[in-house]
Design a protein around this ligand. Structure first.
Ligand SMILES: [Zn+2]
Length: 463
């Protein structure tokens, strides 16, 4: 991974303000410390629904409330087979959650600091004092080092290894269940996970405090984006300018930054008819709040037309982007302007592949649109803090466990996120499932479970 990574981890923590800071100095004057998150390090705030969800997963597995009330928490997406997120509390990575598609469930992967927040009530082992140092050094727990094992432990479980005095020696995966562990005389009981130490300093704070702590950071980021716009717009100055607005946080931050330069810039929204209700509402809110012109390009008919011939889009058959977005956009520009400039909320920290993307480009399919990415160098946390600072109306879906706007059934989504959307918005899925069923029926394909697996658009994240 090291060779692919071209960004710098910007995420730090201020132990005086108890907030994340995207710089080595807090606006309060204190020095901050770096948080060793996994690259690309695009951490975002945990909203109340995220916190409830993380706490539920940790409660079920360990009887722990991982994120205590009044504490800020961040989630950092880690490259994984499906969806995995590190959880940052008190400036430490206290654990992760991971979606396991095979069992269709979310799993908690704690770090030793989680035991500082609250002691595990299940899925723990007590280890002999003599074994503690070797566990801390990353070696596995062997049978002679085990004192006792909580009866809830099954083979393959994530477990805490606690000292007789109640401190955490390490975490890892149980090789055997509780009964066998107690019976064994030799061999490996727990495969220890190597821990990257990070310091846990708890303390209450709010997102308003975090905005204050990042005041200088945000001023700098805003100025740099303004300078980018000023430096790159010259060759396209005569063209029609718009902000490509998706209803997502990145396009909102882009709009905010662009308005600092151009005041009222029209927004361009491609309405695929497959958006969350909250996205349509957000487009209206933003248009009204800032008194903007909104060009809405409806593409729903084109989607269902192509659906008839192509079937539901899938990971390896993503015809939908071209049908629902690129082609209608190209036609719109052609008909009304000939050529336009669009400000787009693309960011390099979103993924490793985005790191390599240019900041000014033309899509090979929409050559009549010059794209500029003013917030290319921002992380998700810059975006959120800036939105909070500007008190901008953001899409409420973010508060309900969805971190990626756009078509709800997007085949590029992680299975874990699709599963959460399914649970939270059964109405959306019932309608979608019905359409898929109808199509399958027409194709005369029996919906055997293997077909269903193929058609459920799951898998790892695609950029
Ligand atoms: Zn501070």
């Amino acid at each position: 991974m090291g060779g692919l990574y071209h960004g710098r981890i910007l995420l730090h923590w201020c132990d005086s303000c108890h907030t994340p800071v995207l710089s080595d100095t807090c606006s309060c004057g204190s020095s901050t410390r770096a948080i060793p998150v996994t690259p690309p390090g695009d951490a975002r705030p945990a909203f109340p629904d995220d916190i409830a969800f993380v706490n539920q997963v940790y409660e079920e597995q360990f009887g722990i409330t991982l994120i205590a009330e009044g504490h800020l928490a961040l989630l950092n997406k880690v490259p994984d087979h499906d969806r995995m997120e590190e959880i940052i509390v008190g400036g430490s990575i206290v654990g992760a959650i991971r979606y396991v598609p095979a069992t269709n469930r979310w799993e908690a992967l704690p770090r030793p600091d989680a035991a500082l927040i609250s002691k595990p009530k299940k899925r723990f082992m007590v280890v002999d004092e003599g074994a503690v140092q070797s566990i801390r050094d990353g070696r596995s727990l062997l049978a002679p080092g085990l004192v006792s094992c909580d009866p809830s432990v099954r083979e393959g479980d994530e477990v805490f290894m606690m000292t007789p005095y109640g401190a955490c020696a390490g975490v890892g995966r149980a090789r055997v269940g509780a009964e066998e562990a107690e019976r064994m005389e030799r061999g490996q009981v727990v495969k220890t996970r190597k821990n990257i130490p990070s310091e846990f300093v708890p303390g209450k704070s709010t997102w308003d405090d975090a905005v204050k702590a990042n005041r200088d950071v945000l001023l700098k980021a805003e100025a740099a984006s303004g300078k980018f716009i000023a430096d790159s717009i010259a060759p396209y100055e005569r063209l029609y300018k718009s902000v490509s607005y998706s209803g997502g946080k990145d396009s909102l931050a882009t709009l905010l930054v662009v308005m600092k330069t151009f005041r009222k810039t029209p927004i361009l929204y491609i309405d695929t008819g497959l958006e969350f209700l909250s996205t349509d509402e957000n487009v209206e809110d933003v248009t009204r709040f800032y008194g903007l012109d909104c060009v809405r390009i409806p593409t729903v008919d084109a989607f269902w037309q192509d659906f008839e011939s192509n079937g539901p889009p899938a990971r390896d058959n993503r015809w939908c982007c071209r049908t629902s977005k690129l082609e209608p956009l190209r036609q719109y520009i052609d008909k009304h302007h000939g050529e336009i400039v669009s400000f787009i909320g693309q960011r390099k920290y979103e993924s490793f592949s985005r790191m390599k993307n240019p900041r000014v480009w033309r899509n090979s399919y929409v050559k009549n649109q010059v794209c500029l990415a003013p917030i290319h160098t921002w992380t998700a946390l810059h975006v959120w803090l800036y939105i909070f600072q500007e008190k901008a109306p953001y899409n409420t879906m973010y508060e309900h466990g969805v971190d990626r706007m756009g078509c709800f059934m997007c085949p590029a989504s992680d299975a874990g996120i699709i599963e959460r959307i399914r649970t939270m918005h059964p109405g959306l899925w019932d309608k979608w499932d019905m359409k898929v069923k109808e199509w399958l029926h027409k194709q005369n394909i029996s919906k055997s479970s293997s077909d269903r697996d193929e058609l459920e658009m799951t898998g790892e994240s695609v950029e």
